[in-house]
Design a protein around this ligand. Structure first.
Ligand SMILES: C[S@@+](CC[C@H](N)C(=O)[O-])C[C@H]1O[C@@H](n2cnc3c(N)ncnc32)[C@H](O)[C@@H]1O
Length: 205
């Protein structure tokens, strides 16, 4: 069975998060979050693609023994062409699934053993944020579209949802490669700081 259709790793059977294609580099940030926040916390990852970072987070939570709610949010329709070269990185997986990779994402969660632990919302970032009361979430990590307008919209939608002491963070704080991410974060969250290797983080204190 092909586990990740439309990707170069299509013939790799998924058993662990490391088998899932993706761009995940912030395992140390996940470990810090899980060590820092108490049981009963709620973590949200916005932008899951095929579940590499989401399954890693579930593994870290599981290893901690803490009961933490983990929610993944993704349209499962990809980000479209992005970056200076306009690469449509998710396009092949979207096309292979007939317009969605939701089945692959869900199947990867099942294969890694986290389908009962992770809640998955197949939907838009801003619409999903509106489901939560202000201050309801412990940690929200944003890794959806990387252009200025999208990152600004994501931050605007999710920042009010962060509890006192909670974190809002995101991927690819890299001026040369993703100037829209850096511009949106600097403008909306002047107290945010670089975090992990190429992440950014705002602490609600
Ligand atoms: C960079 S990928 C996520 C990679 C993943 N975190 C990993 O490390 O493997 C970005 C994802 O954001 C999703 N996305 C783009 N715009 C979105 C939106 N407005 N709401 C929810 N998801 C979105 C895309 O479908 C894509 O799967």
């Amino acid at each position: 069975m092909l586990s990740n259709p439309g990707t170069p790793e299509a013939d790799v059977p998924v058993r662990r998060w490391q088998d899932i294609p993706g761009w995940f580099t912030w395992r140390d940030a996940q470990e810090e979050a899980v060590a820092h926040f108490p049981a009963g916390s709620t973590f949200v990852e916005v932008g899951n693609y095929l579940g590499r970072s989401l399954c890693s987070l579930a593994e870290v939570v599981s290893g901690s023994g803490k009961t933490v709610t983990v929610l993944g949010v993704d349209t499962c329709r990809g980000s479209g062409p992005e970056g200076q070269r306009g690469v449509n990185a998710h396009g092949p997986a979207v096309d292979a699934g007939g317009g969605t990779f939701a089945d692959t994402l869900h199947r990867n969660l099942i294969s890694c053993g986290y389908a009962d632990q992770v809640l998955l919302v197949v939907g838009d970032s801003e619409s999903t944020a509106r489901l939560f009361a202000d201050g309801a979430l412990t940690w929200v990590h944003i890794d959806a579209r990387h252009d200025y307008d999208s990152v600004k919209a994501d931050i605007t939608a999710w920042q009010p949802k962060i509890a006192p002491g909670g974190w809002l963070s995101g991927d690819d704080y890299i001026p040369a490669a993703w100037p829209g991410v850096v511009a949106a974060v600097d403008e909306l969250l002047p107290r945010a700081r670089p975090w992990s290797n190429i992440q950014w983080r705002w602490v609600n204190d």
